[in-house]
Write a protein that binds this ligand. Structure first.
Ligand code: GLN
Ligand code: ZN
Length: 771
């Protein structure tokens, strides 16, 4: 029995990689400093892992994103970036290579000409974003393995068994944006690249390659099964002495069980946490002989200590069903959990002992192996020797005990919570109250958070400045941002969200039932990290949360101020959730808390309320058969949270994506008055899909991409509005950025918003002439 993990976080225990990237992006350090700093971090981590695991992962360490690394490695360079590509290829200087690599992630402006970045999407059901490959016929498919080689050398320098992680071809092509022709025509060039990679890895004397195919956990049909066979017949024919582990995660692989078992993999990695049905697949259909089972049993997605007794039983059952050895592994990469519980000094001891972040999960793997290899029956079960894991778990459970009543009660969300007045009538009442012009302009809520703000927040937390001084400072910022928005000529103003470090964490800090961590950072994309709170107990709202800030903002202006709240499903999806209660009970507790906040805001005369469901789509199950159950909870929670919004109060929601297809009914059931969505990063391709929705809903498809520092011109924005108007009736169209402005700097923000308002005014003038 051996221990391994699918992958490890790379942002750094103290966010070292983030710090390096942030500095590099503002040119405070050069490419060499960035690269050598990242390299040191990588090697330190590899050493750390080598002391704890039998087989360590390699090439899971990325400077920005693993999918981007694959695009770069395979030479799948979209034509618009080719002009930025260093002509010497792998022999180019490090600064030239990195500048090109990051141009694909962040876009680039050269001599006034801007190249927009690759799109970003959520990695399956996680909050991690990958960069989306774009496939077209012009791609030259030139392998560029210099970065990969460096990762391999780093691992080899330790003299410890390792595996090289690669994202597999089916997942790569499946997540790509096919810009010309059909997916099928890219299989041949792609498989050639993987064949060449196999040659290289053999040449470099790499012992194991881990090819990751998380796409196998989604719904697949005959076509995909054939594609799988085609790809892996070719790839495996190149393997020679190189051993191949097919790694799957995020669910079971029921749709590809047969072709997976028939192929000549040396090992198959299965997720028994996200895909418990994998166990049944093995029991029912058997597991291929001569193949190692890599049992993903330590949860890579949540932070509760494993039930090691249950896992011991599981592994024993599996061992009886397979003929080769078993490797104990994580269910997926540990990228999705923070580094270590040890850094948390403020968490209560009995909660701490029930948590396992990445480091602690390594310990769990080791412990599980010891127990499984040790004298059977001595440990744990007779309760004499090592009772600790169970005891610790019980400790945590005690803390999480619920007084939520009967969690099995039939209907958590009875269907009568709809807003009673029909949308058209509400529209008239709201228009009378708000008096908005055609194409109302607004923002999504947050304004740039600068060093000064972060310093004040830190000083307040450390007790260096008093709560009164901090409050006065925030009020001052609110006043400034209200003035700024009035100067810019925006129609619906916001208070800027300065009091929030994070849209979920802030609410978690003010609600009962949550703990927030000090160091629990998780990479969200590139240099961005989030710190998900932990839902450990029953959620309650003991006091108003946003009301003082928002009513202060409204007192400063005659224009309507929009209150911004985070919705129940987003809070859940961006938190680590307790597992001892059904999800709908947790969601219903949260919905009640948010509704209380809304009631107070209305009472104070706030005319517009936005409930962000930025993360609604994120946990939409990978398998269609499970959608209904999830969406029922999501819709129920949103309706319960907003049921008391008065007809003359305009209800908005914001979502960070625009793939409506799968969720049209759910979004309809939200019954909001206005929705703002992401659209710019995908070049408005998804506009047609909300044409129907826009017939009777107001909608603001984000007009520019806030993830990129580029400032679009007035003319460009005008063109974009014209495109929107092909799909959205003029009275229904709102003009706003893609998402919150928190991460941008104030200059970019002012310039972009000024252009946005400028373009809108020109358009209004055109319409006035026509009338
Ligand atoms: N209201 C939030 C903000 O403006 C929304 C952020 C998000 O959608 N991720 O920052
Ligand atoms: Zn957003």
């Amino acid at each position: 029995m051996k221990t391994t993990i699918v992958g490890f976080p790379r942002i750094g225990k103290n966010r070292e990689l983030k710090t390096l990237l942030d500095k590099y992006f503002v040119q405070a350090i050069d490419a060499e400093t960035l690269y050598s700093g990242a390299r040191k971090l990588e090697i330190d981590q590899l050493k750390f892992l080598a002391e704890r695991l039998d087989i360590i992962p390699c090439n899971d360490f990325s400077l920005y994103d693993g999918m981007l690394d694959m695009i770069y490695l395979l030479g799948a360079i979209p034509p618009r970036f080719v002009k930025l590509q260093p002509s010497q290829g792998g022999a180019a200087s490090l600064p030239a290579k990195l500048s090109f690599y990051f141009a694909m992630a962040r876009g680039k402006e050269v001599a006034g000409e801007s190249t927009y970045p690759l799109e970003m999407k959520k990695w399956f059901t996680t909050n991690y974003h990958y960069l989306v490959p774009e496939l077209s016929r012009d791609i030259s498919w030139k392998l560029e393995p210099s970065f990969l080689k460096a990762h391999v050398e780093a691992a080899q320098s330790l003299g410890h068994p390792f595996k090289v992680n690669l994202i597999g071809p089916l997942t790569f092509v499946g997540l790509s944006k096919i810009q010309e022709g059909s997916l099928e025509e890219y299989l041949e060039p792609l498989v050639r690249q993987y064949e060449a990679l196999m040659d290289l890895l053999r040449e470099w004397n790499v012992p194991w390659v881990q090819i990751e195919e998380p796409i196998l956990a989604t719904d697949l049909g005959n076509k995909e099964r054939e594609q799988f066979r085609f790809l892996y017949d070719r790839i495996l024919s190149k393997k020679g002495p190189l051993k191949v582990l097919l790694q799957t995660y995020f669910g079971d692989i029921r749709d590809s069980w047969k072709p997976v078992c028939e192929a000549a993999f040396d090992a198959i990695g299965l997720d028994f946490v996200g895909g418990p049905y994998n166990e049944e697949l093995i029991q029912r259909y058997g597991f291929p002989e001569n193949t190692i089972l890599v049992a993903g049993c330590i949860d890579g997605r949540n932070i509760w200590k494993a039930d090691l007794i249950g896992l011991k039983r599981l592994i024993k059952k599996l061992a009886a069903a397979v003929s080769q050895e078993i490797w104990l592994s994580s269910s997926c990469s540990l990228l999705h959990v923070p580094y270590t519980v040890k850094g948390e000094s403020a968490l209560p001891e009995n909660l701490k002992t029930s948590l396992a972040f990445a480091y602690e999960k390594l310990e769990e793997l080791e412990l599980l192996k010891q127990v499984l290899e040790g004298d059977p029956g001595t440990a744990w079960e007779d309760g004499t020797e090592e009772k600790s894991p169970e005891e610790q778990k019980e400790n945590g459970m005690a803390l999480r005990k619920s007084d939520a009543g009967n969690p099995q009660k039939e209907e958590t969300f009875p269907g009568n919570k709809f807003r009673p007045v029909p949308r058209q009538e509400r529209y008239e009442l709201q228009q009378k109250r708000l008096g908005l012009p055609l194409f109302p302009t607004t923002t999504i809520g947050s304004f740039p958070q600068d060093g000064e703000l972060r310093r004040m927040r830190r000083q307040y937390r450390e007790g260096v400045i008093s709560p009164q001084a901090y409050e006065a400072y925030l009020r001052d910022r609110i006043r400034q941002v209200i003035n700024l928005q009035e100067d810019l000529g925006l129609d619906v103003l916001v208070h800027g969200e300065y009091e929030r470090n994070d849209m979920v964490e802030y609410f978690a800090e003010h609600l009962e039932g949550f703990y927030t961590t000090e160091q629990g950072w998780v990479q969200s994309y590139g240099s961005r990290v989030t710190k998900p709170p932990i839902i450990y107990g029953d959620i309650k709202r003991n006091h108003p949360i946003t009301v003082p800030w928002i009513s202060y903002a409204q007192s400063l202006t005659k224009k309507p101020v929009k209150a911004i709240l985070t919705g129940p499903i987003t809070i859940i999806n961006w938190s680590f959730v307790r597992e001892d209660l059904p999800l709908e009970v947790v969601a219903s507790q949260l919905a009640d808390a948010i509704r209380e906040e809304i009631d107070d805001l209305q009472e104070k005369g706030i005319p517009i309320i936005q409930v962000d469901e930025a993360a609604l789509r994120e946990k939409l199950p990978l398998r269609r058969s499970e959608w209904e159950g999830y969406l029922k909870v999501a819709v129920g929670a949103f309706q319960a949270a907003t049921a008391s919004v008065r007809p003359d109060v305009q209800l908005h929601t914001h979502m960070c994506y625009s793939e409506f297809g799968s969720m049209v009914d759910a979004i309809n059931a939200f019954d909001v008055d206005v929705i703002t969505i992401e659209a710019a990063r995908s070049q408005f391709e998804l506009l047609p899909s909300f044409q129907d929705y826009a017939r009777d809903h107001q909608i603001g498809p984000g007009i520019y991409d806030i993830h990129s520092p580029l400032v679009p011109s007035i003319e460009e924005l005008q063109q974009r509005i014209h495109r929107m108007l092909q799909y959205i009736p003029a009275p229904m169209l709102w003009i706003n950025p893609d998402c919150g402005l928190k991460t941008r700097n104030i200059e970019e923000t002012k310039a972009a918003l000024a252009h946005m308002v400028g373009a809108t005014k020109k358009l209004r003038a055109e319409y006035d002439k026509r009338m």
